[in-house]
Design a protein around this ligand. Structure first.
Ligand code: PLP
Length: 240
């Protein structure tokens, strides 16, 4: 596909997503300006990041360090906000600390201390969202690991993030379980977010909602949507 054709396709997709966001906001009595669209560009090239930036997207999400690190480097001139949204192994904290502005998947103490150490070494600051596991049926999700801390562990993790110089507590993130009504899951997330905000008023981010459930997320208070497929197209399945 030519660059022009791809640009037209991305523009049309973005227009549709913006329409969905506007409609969901209208239904929920919210303003579209309250919502940040994070374009999840995993499996798509840096050239798509560039086109999205030209179309007005400022927030880019990635879920694998091996892919994100070179892409962020290639797009450094664009001055975008990079969101790391995937499960983060401790041994990748050093690399992620160099380019990520927001890490959505902070879910354990070890990761907090390691990220803090690496962020300070890089002389940067990183905003951390505590990822919450919303799947009550299983520790790891029905269809494999999805990550996330138990809701009861959020206060201790938040306190640890606040205590690490270089890390800023931004709020919470979750992925709705594949089974069940996403609104119920996002309701639980909202409760966790409200409890967190009572203690840390600046922790206002609720990262919830993907291509399939963004309306439910907006209805239940999401501030950040992580949108891949609806913007960029279907990804190939990666096994393992
Ligand atoms: C891939 C991914 C998304 C985007 O999902 P889509 O359904 O393609 O919009 C959102 N969040 C996380 C954590 C992801 O890994």
């Amino acid at each position: 596909m030519s660059g022009e054709a791809r640009r037209a396709e991305l523009a049309a997709n973005l227009e549709r997503v913006r329409e969905r966001v506007a409609a969901a906001c209208a239904a929920a009595g919210r303003k579209p300006e309250e919502i940040t669209i994070v374009a999840v560009t995993k499996q798509y090239p840096a050239s798509d990041v560039r086109l999205l930036a030209e179309l007005g997207i400022r927030d880019i999400g990635e879920n694998r360090d091996q892919e994100a690190a070179p892409k962020a480097a290639e797009c450094r001139d664009l001055d975008l906000t990079w969101h790391f949204v995937g499960q983060l192994q401790t041994n990748k904290a050093r690399s992620v600390a160099r380019y990520a502005d927001v890490v959505h998947s902070v879910d354990r103490m070890r990761l907090v201390t390691e990220l803090g150490r690496r962020v300070r070494a890089a002389e940067r600051t990183v905003t951390c969202l505590i990822q919450v596991n919303l799947d009550p049926d299983s520790e790891q999700g029905v269809l494999g690991p999805r990550g996330g801390a138990d809701p009861g562990d959020v206060p201790a993790l938040a306190e640890a993030v606040e205590a690490e110089e270089g890390l800023a507590l931004g709020g919470v993130m979750a992925v709705a379980p594949r089974q069940g009504d996403p609104r119920e899951a996002f309701d639980r997330l909202k409760t966790v977010a409200e409890e967190l905000q009572a203690r840390y008023p600046h922790a206002t981010v609720i990262s919830a909602g993907m291509s399939g459930d963004l309306e439910a997320a907006i209805e239940r208070g999401a501030t950040h949507l992580r949108i891949g497929t609806a913007l960029l197209g279907n990804r190939r399945l990666i096994v393992g």
